[in-house]
Design a protein around this ligand. Sequence first.
Ligand code: S3P
Length: 181
Amino acid sequence: MKNNIVLIGFMGTGKSSVGRYVAKKSAGKFIELDNEIVQRAGMSIPAIFAEKGEPFFRAMEASLIAEYSEQEDLIISTGGGAVLNPLNVENLQKKGLLICLTANPEIILDRVEKDNNRPLLAVEDRLGKIRELLAQRAPFYQVADYTIDTSELTVEEIGEHILGYSRGWADGKNANCSGRK
Ligand code: S3P
């Protein structure tokens, strides 16, 4: 039985805010993987990337995913690059319903603009970089059981949508649904 809800998707699509909302409205415990990495490393994400390198960050990410994938009743918000590693996908799928949040590039830019916490977007042409990464990653995000475009929705609307979908899924209504929208 899958009873974790796992939010995947690009930076700035609302995974953390939505995950927090879904956890508050359900019996689930909220796990923000980036936050866990920061806590355990005792460093910010830009500092980890700069001082230890991206492979070190990805190894920590993979190890936390393996750890939390064994637990239940979690709402897990993943970093945007987590699903690039097939082992992470395999682990997250064990007990988790994978929900992908998307948004259009301009909205993503608007949401991440004032945030300097994302080393991959620390470039001159942020919109160009967002478009490039979105194109590269599109096939990886297709592992989702269900995808929601968050561009025009509030956190509450997205959260309720996910809660409805996961209840339906648990009731078996979505049992034979490939789910991709
Ligand atoms: C990353 C996304 C970030 C964070 C790190 C790398 C990515 O998480 O894990 O900066 O590769 O897309 P958010 O998606 O929560 O911003």
